[in-house]
Design a protein around this ligand. Structure first.
Ligand code: C5P
Length: 312
């Protein structure tokens, strides 16, 4: 694979989105989080981060509407956290990051977390650091519950806040249709609604241990947050039903919403479903699952480094 490193030393890195194939809320915790059992799956849809070495303070450039390009952006927070973890003094410097957004925000697709993980990997290379994997994983976990997954990619089970990862056998390739309601859902809000509704705690399921188990498993997948979010935003329930009747082998809300995805075996069914939704003015993204090898190739191709799948 060609390394898209241009002559001026600019390197680019793709930050892939995720969907949650399954999400069970096990218990509320004292620290404001909830213990989960979830299955995270990377998809081809991605943002792009470009890293350019340049003297002076670290800078972030992003012209996507509604995305702050300041210190509150997870890319900038990743730069601060990595700089501190490498025991460098003062403020991060020497790199400009340009962020091109494609993953919608407040959709449950992990866009901000994916950007943060890509920033960690890209800056780790640009600054010539040699932090061991567990240290990088700890920095990732300090930035958000979903961030460590994006250092690993493929199909993973997440426990605890969702950041204690176990690699699962890769889900066989599927086409994915992501339907995007016009509104977003803030993650803390979705968990608050879940608590307000008083749902009983789920038990942790045993996730597939071999690739052949996925087909029957997909029929049992569910998202415990979906009922509470759909009760406040009925469009979500409607999209799930529509994708199911369009032939999806699994349709569910991703994470805390608002995106709804359908997994399909056939491209023709995706096209039909997408056309029907688009005719009603629903924004859709046609994409596909990205397995662990594809994820590593994506990182290796972009960074010009061996892929770094990090699961602790
Ligand atoms: O870690 P992250 O920034 O993604 O989490 C945002 C918020 O979502 C948390 O502050 C918490 O309110 C909620 N959350 C939760 N349990 C999780 C993950 C997130 O309650 N496992």
């Amino acid at each position: 694979m060609t390394n898209p490193r241009s002559d001026d030393g600019e390197r680019q890195l793709r930050a892939h989105a995720k969907i949650n194939l399954d999400l069970r809320v096990l218990a509320a915790r004292a620290d404001g989080y909830h213990d989960l059992a979830t299955v995270l799956q990377t998809i081809a849809l991605h943002d792009t981060l470009r890293f350019r070495r340049e003297p002076g303070r670290f800078r972030l450039l992003c012209d996507a509407p509604g995305i702050p390009a300041d210190r509150t952006n997870l890319v900038w927070r990743a730069a601060d956290a990595l700089w501190a973890a490498a025991s460098r003094s003062g403020e991060p410097e020497g790199v400009v990051v340009r962020l091109e957004k494609r993953i919608p925000a407040q959709a449950g697709l992990g866009g901000g977390s994916a950007d943060a993980a890509a920033a960690l990997l890209g800056l780790h290379a640009a600054w010539g650091l040699h932090l061991p994997d567990p240290a990088l994983q700890a920095v990732a976990a300090s930035l958000g519950a979903d961030v460590p997954f994006f250092l690993a990619g493929g199909s993973c089970a997440g426990y605890g806040r969702g950041d204690r990862l176990t690699r699962l056998p890769d889900l066989p390739p599927h086409q994915v249709l992501v339907a995007l309601p016009a509104f977003g859902v803030a993650t803390p809000e979705a968990y608050r609604w879940f608590d307000e509704d008083g749902w009983p705690a789920s038990a942790a399921p045993s996730y597939p241990v071999e690739a052949g188990a996925w087909a029957s498993w997909l029929g049992r997948c569910r998202n415990d947050l979906e009922a509470s979010v759909a009760a406040r935003h009925p469009e979500i329930g409607g999209l799930v039903r529509e994708l199911r009747s369009a032939g999806a082998c699994l349709a569910a809300m991703s994470g805390s919403g608002s995106a709804v995805f359908g997994l399909f075996d056939e491209w023709a069914l995706v096209e039909q479903a997408a056309d029907r939704l688009a005719a009603r003015g629903v924004r859709c993204v046609r994409t596909a699952t990205l397995d662990s090898a594809g994820y590593e190739r994506s990182l290796a191709g972009d960074l010009g480094l061996p892929g770094r799948a990090i699961v602790v």
